[in-house]
Design a protein around this ligand. Structure first.
Ligand code: SF4
Length: 283
């Protein structure tokens, strides 16, 4: 049987107005990046976009809101969006990515159709103060534990190439694995002129090593997903990341940067001899 690849899509349902200072993030208002900013995308539009993602082969669908974390209004909104998608779109596992979350908020999301929670550790605990000063790494870790405690699946990973050291990269991988997430998104930093980190400090060769290290520690069962930065690093070299152990990718656009056209990604996977997973019972 050929290797099977999972496709996930992202919908940025509330974009670009966050007061935190994460140095990698164009959605922080502090850096004035030139991106679309809007609040509460209409639910009919989210459902229509979910249908399109499903038609493009996505089996995971992630509802992302900018900001440090959930409050009552956002929790209700994400829950309503999830219910509407579950009513109208068959075959999508729903992931919420809404920052810091309490047990109560996560239980509410789960009760309304969310299957999995995405919260990334972003970098090592030691390096984290260099990339964010407005909230702590420990708070991120706590939210990941909360997601597991309420019985949601956990999707947790990080960003590589933010000038962190190799030992920070190893510490990040170990911290992610200590959470035993079902899915591990690996992002490679995507530079933007507005952001304080000016360049990506990881090249393709190191990126392959990172994917290989994550897969070696994660074992066979977990999803290892190459997310942000894939096109920049692996455009024309995609086989390398799959052979290193990736078995999932994000299709379509990212939060604030355009991705590859989904039909081109599907054609590429076909050409490489991989199968696209039609149903996801693992998320
Ligand atoms: S908390 Fe989230 S949305 Fe806000 S700046 Fe950090 S990564 Fe971006």
């Amino acid at each position: 049987m050929s290797k099977q690849i999972f496709l996930c899509a992202i919908n940025n349902i509330l974009s670009g107005s966050c007061n935190e200072d994460c140095k990698f993030c164009t959605q922080s208002v502090r850096y004035k990046a030139d991106i679309a900013r809007y609040t509460f995308k209409p639910i009919e539009r989210i459902v229509a976009e979910a249908k399109e993602a499903r038609a493009n082969g996505a089996v995971g669908y992630c509802l992302v809101t900018a900001g440090k974390g959930l409050d009552e209004k956002k929790t209700d909104y994400v829950a309503r969006a999830a219910q509407a998608i579950k009513r109208e779109v068959e075959g999508l596992k729903l992931i919420a990515c809404n920052g810091t979350a309490t047990l109560e908020q996560l239980r509410y999301l789960k009760a309304h159709g969310i299957d999995s929670y995405n919260h990334n550790l972003e970098t090592s605990e030691a390096y984290y103060p260099q990339i964010c000063t407005t909230h702590s790494w420990q708070e991120r870790y706590r939210t990941c534990l909360n997601a597991k405690e309420v019985g949601l699946w956990l999707c947790s990973g990080g960003i590589f190439g933010m000038e962190e050291s190799a030992s920070d990269q190893e510490a990040l991988i170990d911290a992610i694995l200590s959470l035993e997430p079902e899915s591990i998104p690996i992002n490679f930093y995507h530079p933007n002129p507005a952001l304080p980190i000016k360049a990506r400090s990881v090249g393709r060769e190191r990126a392959v090593e990172i994917i290989r290290a994550v897969r070696a520690k994660a074992g066979k069962e977990r999803l290892v997903m190459v997310a942000g930065g894939r096109e920049l690093l692996f455009g024309g070299h995609e086989r390398e990341m799959f052979e290193a152990g990736a078995n999932a990718i994000v299709i379509g656009n990212y939060l604030t940067t355009p991705g590859e056209a989904p039909d081109r990604d599907r054609a590429l996977l076909r050409d490489l001899g991989y199968e696209v997973v039609e149903r996801c019972d693992a998320l």
